[in-house]
Design a protein. Structure first.
Length: 222
């Protein structure tokens, strides 16, 4: 398999790949950059997309290997039967050890925002480690709105480290430098659509986020 593709799980019906930050999940109109789907096809795999990760987000992403499995997985996402856990680093420190953001969200002109006219959106978070200028979070994404974690954290006054799209007016400049948003799809857990056995897959933190974590723990600033 091509070195650019790392599989975290694979069977005859589905696979889970480890998407690098900066890579599209699937081809996008008008964008010539190579996607993870392209890389998988070049490596001899021919998966069918089920969901997506933001371009800047790294981590576990699920693909089907046949139309029946794809339909079943898409229904599982619609009914919130897939547990999606993220690692994130947010600016500032949190007063509580855990909480829930339930700000409604609206997407207009390719940009998401908190808006009472929008769709319901729920993000559950738990503090993993508190540093002097930033906090590591474990986040459970209950709904899947576009840029949901990024928008919710920014609206709450804790934009993610590396945030450039949604951090304006919240915490600028951010306390730590990062070339991309500090967000990683850490774990996926779901009942296999063929047989029901539990599948749990974890994507280790990539080197850039490990380095960011080390700087945060050391109290480093830009």
């Amino acid at each position: 398999m091509a070195a650019s593709v790392r599989l975290l799980y694979e069977d005859e019906h589905l696979l889970v790949a480890d998407k690098p930050a900066g890579k599209l999940s699937v081809p996008a109109p008008g964008v010539e950059a190579r996607s993870l789907l392209d890389d998988l096809r070049a490596a001899g795999k021919h998966p069918l997309p089920v969901h997506r990760l933001d371009r800047e987000t790294s981590g576990a992403i699920l693909f089907a290997r046949d139309p029946e499995t794809r339909a079943a997985l898409e229904e599982m996402f619609r009914t919130r039967s897939v547990d999606k856990t993220y690692w994130a680093m947010a600016s500032g420190r949190f007063r509580e050890p855990q909480g829930v953001y339930s700000y409604r969200m609206l997407e207009e002109r390719g940009r998401s925002a908190v808006n009472p006219r929008g769709q319901e959106a729920e993000t559950r978070w738990r503090v993993l480690a508190a540093h002097s200028v930033a906090t590591e979070l474990e986040i459970e994404l209950v709904t899947g709105r576009t840029n949901q974690i990024r928008v919710h954290c920014a609206h709450a006054g804790h934009p993610l480290i590396g945030e450039r799209k949604y951090a304006r007016g919240k915490a600028s400049p951010l306390p730590l430098r990062s070339r991309r948003v500090a967000l990683h799809a850490w774990r996926l857990s779901f009942a296999h659509p063929r047989g029901g056995a539990r599948v749990e897959v974890e994507a280790p933190l990539p080197e850039d986020l490990l380095e960011l974590r080390a700087r945060a723990a050391a109290g480093a600033r830009p």
